[in-house]
Design a protein. Structure first.
Length: 107
């Protein structure tokens, strides 16, 4: 009788260590302006009226909620884009959200 040896693999199953979920950070909203000074109005942020010089930005660390920011007075040659789909003026922010909107001159 001939014996054949087969390799044997051992697999140990250990209990998984509990995964500690990081709490989500407070949402942030950043307004950047490129190539033009811009003035803004809001009902919720402090101050309610503010200006941002060309090529600078301003960031708020906020509580979850809905925020509205508009350029006032509006300037026809200024465009706005946000890194989040949806409105460029009304933001429904949840924990962990980081939204940046850029106001710029251009066609």
């Amino acid at each position: 009788m001939r014996w054949h040896w087969l390799p044997v693999a051992a697999l140990a199953v250990l209990p998984a260590a509990p995964v500690q979920a990081r709490p989500l950070a407070s949402p942030t909203l950043t307004i950047k302006v490129v190539g033009v000074d811009a003035e803004f109005r809001t009902l919720v942020l402090k101050p309610s009226a503010f200006a941002i010089p060309a090529n600078e930005s301003r960031t708020w660390k906020l509580s979850p909620g809905t925020y509205t920011v508009v350029q006032a007075p509006p300037v026809a040659s200024v465009r706005v884009t946000c890194d989040r789909p949806g409105s460029v003026h009304v933001f429904d922010l949840r924990k962990g959200d980081n939204v940046t909107c850029t106001y710029y001159t251009g066609g």
